[in-house]
Design a protein around this ligand. Structure first.
Ligand code: 3H9
Length: 717
């Protein structure tokens, strides 16, 4: 055996899994063979009365089946066999005639959690690194090693669907509350507790052991739970509702959650064998789909980005430690940056603004981010108090004297930003980094008069900062490698997926978003109803449509960015005059309750029909929306191809990850550049030429795209 070692502690055999040469444990062919060998050896060993399974890795129990192995399989039959063999192996573990205790510290995900479910007793640590769950649907798969069968039996149907269908993972304490684990302990006593549990269970014999699992606390489903989970009509309602909610969320683009539902249902309604058969059949079907391949591709792309220091090839630099952060501007963005930095990176944050009342509001908004984490039990009350104490504010910049990094999030205006930079340089140490959170203005212009340009770069966060996963980092030609490496490293500490992009107006995300939003403006001004535009794009797979997005971003912010982009790129990115008219009417979007949609009591309701009067059009839904979809999507594809070929992103990987995490580009389509490859550049050019004939030169295909079409060159070779 190469990955498993067996040690004896009295009558208990401890199986320690430590996959050599790998950062995490995963269930690959070799590990499965090791488990089979160990179980065969220990089954007949009269000296062994119980087993404990534990990990030898510092922070992972088992991260699931080996996803890399999936990329070497191609047919449905191969995947079905993989799932069936996984089920069979875990059934042998489940049937093992001696008690098996699972001692979990770190990530216990997918097949790793399915292995834990096949054990008799599960103990998890209360450490933040401990996460348990079944994230398979996020890879376009379902839990294929018995997870759809065992979890509902353990914690009840509704709670199990709440984990399986969205592909959720839970902390140790939440898993304990749900009944997913039987004991919760500090890391220091994990093995001891497991050995004691093994001893205790070894005292049970034969039928008594078979009566297990008796969860320590039966799942708290209450009376309603009993009605819904334990009666046939109740369960029928649960299936119906889960299906309906999922379809509303996914628009039917993601087959995995519904397939998982089918596997759960088959097991509960037709019995174990039928459930396992449906589970491995559907695993095979899902794994062979293009959707799953795309989602797995995104997993590897984001994993690779975690290791990328953002520096050009051949350049190395060590990131400096950031312990004190200054944030200038306590508006929505500034407060979001401050709150996220405190809660995710645990740094000391000083918020600065011109008025104390604004600072008060900003500090409150930053603290709300911490409160949200406390409410969701991501942090303890003690951690909340400790982190909240790291937040402070003031009106003078002298307090930045000790800051390692200052991020400005003031009004989007070149002169204002230059003034803020000069003021900050005057009071900070020579090594302090200055980052500007502009969304469109080139950083080199902001840094043009900087006295330490090597310490200046852009850090473009997305709103709301605590929830949006992307961060664009934008060095200028003068930014030092150490500054880049430090910002990338700190962005990751803030929990962000970081892409380093070139210093061009709009950078990557807003560059490709702008023509799409403009096009929605043009279509709206022609009388295409706003809800039709939104529906067409959510049907394509975006989480929200362009009109809703404009309301969310704020029309004033959108107009400002559109102006910068128009000035930089000319008429191709000329915005429709519609936004100007909306602003004249003091319609700023959701934030002042006056936008395209109505917001009674702050909640989004239907379209505000008076917008059409303002625009002087009568809304008329087109009979065929194909052309609307093409106008919006292809304007984005064209811009993405152009920007990528100008080197705005360092690789198609960065471009696609940026679009998915920055604007919610449908993940199952793999990102705009991957989508161009899938459609074929020739097809994209053909559609763009048709749109150009109908709607003018803003659709003229990018020359580089035409070149790709002629030479059949792909973004991903
Ligand atoms: C499954 O289980 C199906 C079953 O139901 C049924 C089967 C029949 N496989 O993210 P990191 C690698 S599907 C292969 O940077 P972190 C990762 O690529 C699986 N490789 O660390 C990277 O490699 P490298 C369900 C994996 O600390 C390295 O480990 N499970 C796997 O930020 C470090 O990763 C999941 O979806 C894997 N399963 O986060 C969990 N996991 O250094 C996926 C990790 O060579 N994994 N690697 O580039 C994760 O969510 C995170 O990696 C984890 C650690 C939280 C574990």
């Amino acid at each position: 055996m190469t990955a498993l070692t067996i040690s004896r502690h009295g009558g208990t055999a401890v199986l320690t899994l430590d996959l050599p040469g790998e950062p995490v444990n995963k269930l690959n062919a070799a590990v499965k063979a090791d488990f089979e060998t160990a179980l065969a050896e220990l089954r007949g060993d009269a000296m062994v009365r119980a087993l404990v399974i534990i990990s030898g890795k510092p922070d992972t129990f088992i991260a699931g089946a080996d996803i890399e192995e999936f990329t070497r399989l191609s047919t449905q039959e191969e995947f079905t066999r993989l799932s069936r063999e996984g089920q069979e192996m875990l059934q042998r573990l489940d049937d093992f005639p001696k008690p098996v205790v699972c001692a979990i510290h770190g990530a216990c995900l997918g097949g790793g959690f399915e292995l834990a479910l096949a054990c008799d007793w599960r103990i998890a640590t209360d450490h933040p690194k401990t996460q348990l769950g079944l994230p398979e649907v996020q890879l376009g798969l379902l839990p294929g090693a018995g997870g759809c069968q065992r979890l509902p039996l353990l914690i009840g149907l509704s709670a199990a669907l709440g984990i399986i269908m969205p592909g959720k993972t839970e902390s140790g304490s939440k898993a304990f509350r749900l009944g997913m684990v039987d004991e919760l302990v500090p890391k220091s006593i994990l093995l001891d507790t497991a050995l004691k549990a093994a001893d205790r269970l070894a005292g049970l014999v034969g039928a008594e052991l078979q009566l297990r699992p008796l969860p320590a606390r039966p799942p708290k489903t209450g009376l309603m739970g009993a009605i819904f989970d334990r009666t046939r009509p109740g369960r029928r309602f649960v299936y119906w509702k889960a299906r309906k909610d999922t379809l509303a969320k996914t628009g039917g683009h993601y087959p995995a959650p519904l397939a998982a539902l089918e596997a759960v249902r088959a097991g509960l309604e037709q019995g174990g064998p039928a459930g396992y058969a449906v589970e491995h059949r559907l695993f095979g079907e899902l794994a062979a789909t293009d959707v799953s391949r795309k989602l797995i591709g995104i997993f590897f792309a984001t994993t690779a980005l975690k290791k990328d220091d953002g520096l050009p090839p051949g350049v190395t630099a060590k990131p400096r430690a950031i312990e004190r952060l200054g944030v200038i501007g306590s508006g929505f963005m500034g407060a979001g940056i401050a709150g996220t930095a405190v809660s995710s990176a645990g740094v000391d944050v000083r918020l600065k603004d011109t008025e104390l009342s604004r600072i008060g509001k900003g500090l409150k908004a930053a603290t709300d981010i911490l409160s949200g984490r406390l409410k969701r039990r991501r942090i303890t009350r003690f951690e909340f108090e400790r982190l909240a104490a790291l937040l402070s504010g003031g009106t003078d910049s002298a307090s930045f004297a000790r800051a390692d990094l200052v991020i400005e999030a003031v009004f989007e205006d070149l002169e204002v930003k230059r003034a803020v930079l000069a003021e900050t340089e005057a009071v900070t140490r020579p090594e302090t980094i200055f980052a500007t959170n502009t969304s469109t203005i080139p950083i080199a212009e902001i840094a043009a008069q900087a006295s330490r340009p090597d310490r200046v770069l852009g850090m473009h966060f997305f709103s709301p900062v605590d929830r949006m996963p992307l961060l664009e980092i934008i060095p200028t030609g003068k930014t030092s490698p150490e500054t880049i490496a430090t910002a990338v490293h700190f962005g990751r500490r803030m929990g962000k997926t970081v892409i380093v992009v070139r210093d061009h107006p709009g950078f990557w995300v807003n560059r490709i978003l702008m023509p799409y939003l403009n096009e929605a403006g043009y279509a709206l001004a022609e009388g295409v109803p706003m809800e039709v535009l939104d529906r067409v794009m959510t049907r394509f797979g975006f989480p929200v449509g362009p009109v809703t997005l404009l309301d969310e971003v704020g029309l004033d912010v959108g107009a400002k960015a559109a102006g910068v982009m128009h000035a930089a790129f000319g008429d191709r990115l000329k915005p429709s005059p519609l936004i100007g008219r909306m602003l004249e009417d003091k319609r700023f979007g959701r934030k002042n309750g006056r936008g395209f949609y109505l917001y009674p009591k702050g909640k989004k309701a239907g379209p505000d029909e008076t917008v059409y009067d303002l625009l002087g059009v009568r809304p008329l839904a087109p009979a065929d929306t194909t052309i609307i979809e093409q106008r919006l999507v292809y304007s984005m594809l064209n811009e993405a191809a152009m920007a990528a070929d100008e080197g705005v992103v360092r690789s198609p990987r960065d471009g696609d990850v940026g679009a998915i995490f920055g604007i919610g580009y449908p993940p199952f389509r793999g990102g705009p550049l991957r989508y161009i490859d899938d459609l074929g550049a020739a097809k994209v050019v053909e559609v763009l030429r048709d749109l150009e004939r109908r709607h003018g030169s803003r659709f003229t295909p990018a020359p580089s795209l035409v070149g790709r079409a002629e030479q059949t060159v792909r973004f991903y070779p």
